[in-house]
Design a binder for this molecule. Structure first.
Ligand code: UP5
Ligand code: MG
Length: 190
């Protein structure tokens, strides 16, 4: 049974940044659903490349079967890990039900780390990131934020009702955010 922590928050809230630090310090394996989808998009011979790119550019959500299989394959490469940080997933109701269908009995969901940050700050972070992502432009960001508000935030609320959400304010400098994140993990694993 794999331990899983879902890491959610608006685009640019710092999910990837904080997950690298958790991986480095606490030994959880970081799996970014977005990174896995981008790698699949680039993989020679992938039948999903064009579909994935059209969703990424439009800020819409890739069918769960694709994302969930990429996540499961990645988990199976690290069978001895303490646990996994599933970054940027589940993003909507389809993601959540697909995950339950495919993963129930194989994983234990510990909690949801929710990195909260005002959207205008998040957008500026993405616009200044300079990694050449095809979705770091004003048009795509508008759609990403809309998808987050309409589809992903309700998933966070759903987990909130189950008492599974640990919220950390990620508007602050990375070191300060991580300090609180570390406390959340300490409390969860004691
Ligand atoms: N930065 C980070 N933390 C900071 C801080 N505390 N103070 C100041 N600056 C900070 O950070 C973004 C930028 O901000 C970086 O430059 C960083 O240095 C700085 P990052 O850690 O990259 O933030 P993150 O939340 O990971 O932002 P990201 O853009 O990756 O989030 P998204 O959720 O938008 O992107 P993701 O890659 O997860 O998904 C992309 C697309 O893939 C989706 O829109 C969707 O189309 C598709 N997708 C699916 O379809 N299904 C999935 O399950 C997942 C993705
Ligand atoms: Mg990211």
């Amino acid at each position: 049974m794999f331990n899983v922590v879902f890491v959610l928050g608006p685009p640019g809230s710092g999910k990837g940044t904080i997950c690298s630090k958790i991986q480095e310090n606490l030994g959880y394996v970081h799996l970014s659903a977005g990174d896995l989808l981008r790698a699949e998009r680039e993989r020679a011979g992938s039948q999903f490349g064009a579909l994935i790119e059209s969703h990424i550019k439009n800020g819409s959500i890739v069918p769960v079967e694709i994302t969930c299989s990429l996540l499961e394959n990645a988990m199976n490469l690290h069978k001895t890990a303490n646990g996994f940080l599933v970054d940027g997933f589940p993003r909507n109701a389809d993601n959540l039900s697909g995950w339950s269908r495919q993963m129930s009995g194989k994983v234990h969901e510990q909690f949801v780390l929710f990195l909260s940050c005002p959207v205008d700050i998040c957008i500026n972070r993405c616009l200044n990131r300079g990694e050449g992502r095809t979705d770091d432009n004003v048009d795509s960001l508008k759609k990403r934020v809309e998808t987050y508000n309409n589809q992903t935030f309700p998933i966070i609320e759903h987990f909130g009702k189950l008492n599974m959400v640990r919220e950390v304010d990620s508007e602050r400098p990375v070191e300060e955010v991580y300090e609180d994140v570390d406390k959340v993990f300490e409390a969860a694993n004691q």
